[in-house]
Design a protein around this ligand. Structure first.
Ligand SMILES: Nc1ncnc2c1ncn2[C@@H]1O[C@H](COP(=O)(O)OP(=O)(O)OP(=O)(O)O)[C@@H](O)[C@H]1O
Length: 224
């Protein structure tokens, strides 16, 4: 079953106010893949990530994660689903009045880890993302690149099997983008599945990346 899909959309559509944000998209992602969702602004990349995370329900079609129809999950089941996923969403800001370390602890506390365990895991996640020294800092003094690394640390604090990252390197300069992509690639090498939405190609060195280009009415897959 090594090749079985971990994440799958089958003819999934999402209609907002009468307009399709996602129109009959079918795609599948295998365990351990690094997939980049490409597409123009408004093509539905963020909404596809939210479907996979159980944050948005499809108007029609199916969303399947590890063989389960998550579109018919209860709210509590969706919360459990999200604990196995690390989310770097575009609206996922750091809380400005908490330190970077406290921000990274939050998903661990939400997953009912003890305070001591959440603290420990948050330090580990920050170290893994190369910003351990920023633990006591307030988010306001971080650079754009450091903020993205802190968001990645927060996404991986619960040791997810999947990372869903929306425009992870938008607004980053070349060096910071490379640093973030190298980290995502390192997670893939460690067995994590990564799906990143990006309006531009993501040059990830040393890792094979599969691009899926979103276009209506379905997904056209392009191998790279
Ligand atoms: N919560 C919402 N309510 C209403 N319309 C929405 C909502 N979320 C997305 N849309 C609309 O759905 C369409 C797809 O949006 P989405 O953000 O998924 O696209 P995207 O490809 O990620 O775009 P971008 O590259 O600009 O982030 C857009 O027309 C957007 O305005």
């Amino acid at each position: 079953m090594a090749d079985a899909a971990l994440l799958e959309l089958r003819q999934a559509s999402v209609i907002f106010n009468g307009a399709a944000a996602v129109d009959r998209v079918s795609l599948s992602v295998r365990r351990g893949e690094f997939v980049v969702l490409r597409g123009a602004t408004g093509s539905g990349k963020s909404t596809v990530l939210k479907l996979l995370a159980g944050l948005v329900k499809p108007t029609s079609g199916e969303v399947i994660v590890a063989g389960d129809r998550v579109d018919s999950f209860s709210e509590m089941e969706r919360r459990w689903l999200r604990r196995s996923m690390g989310l770097m969403m575009q609206d996922g800001r750091l809380l400005e009045d908490r330190t970077v370390h406290e921000n990274v602890m939050l998903p661990a506390l939400a997953a009912e880890e003890s305070y001591a365990e959440a603290r420990r895991r948050a330090f580990l996640a920050l170290e893994k993302c190369g910003i351990g020294e920023l633990a006591p800092a307030l988010p306001g003094r971080l650079s754009a690149g450091e903020k993205q690394l802190a968001l990645l640390a927060r996404a991986v604090v619960n040791r997810p099997v999947v990372i869903l990252a929306d425009e992870p390197v938008a607004h980053l300069d070349e060096a910071n983008a490379q640093a973030l992509l190298a980290l995502l690639a390192a997670f893939v090498h460690a067995g994590v599945t990564v799906v990143a939405a990006s309006h531009e190609a993501l040059p990830v060195a040393g890792t094979s990346v599969r691009e899926i280009t979103l276009a209506t009415p379905g997904a056209v897959e392009v191998r790279s």
